[in-house]
Design a protein. Sequence first.
Length: 190
Amino acid sequence: MRPARLLVTLYAALALLVPAAGAGAAEAWERFFTKGLGDYKAELADARAAGKKGLVFVYQQDPCPYCERMKARILSLPEVQKAYGAHFAAFSIDVRGSVEITDFAGRRTTEGRYAREALVRGAPALDFYDLEGRLLARVPGEIDDPKTFLALGDWIASGAHARQTFEQYRVARGLSGAPLKINVYKPANP
């Protein structure tokens, strides 16, 4: 084989390998999310059957530097993925998205319309739902500390959100950090 042809062949082989090597690392955060078909009524039943405590929606948009930072610093961590995966089915919702979904009531809508109707005002934001599809808590804004993010999941999964504020929960466990704005919802018919 002539040197020029060998060089072209090597470059072509390298070009095929580079995207594949980068793809796995770039998508580590995707393992945080449950693979689903966008039928959240059915996802509730699946979560119940799997012994989960509820669902968590992570509202995102593109471009969103805060969302990207949260994906890289929080959602990509194996300990976060393991802890949330044990208790929740987690789904990504694009606040501007046109992907069709089925909401908890069985209505067809889009991700963007669902986010607007849920009064999500920005991204990132988190919504935690119980296994009946009732909103338990909303956390607007970026969470930049893995320990805080893990404690938040524990606070919801343990049911402590019904008895104490997140700050009380965090202090009782010796955790510090900037206060989070959390809207807690009490179901009308628990």
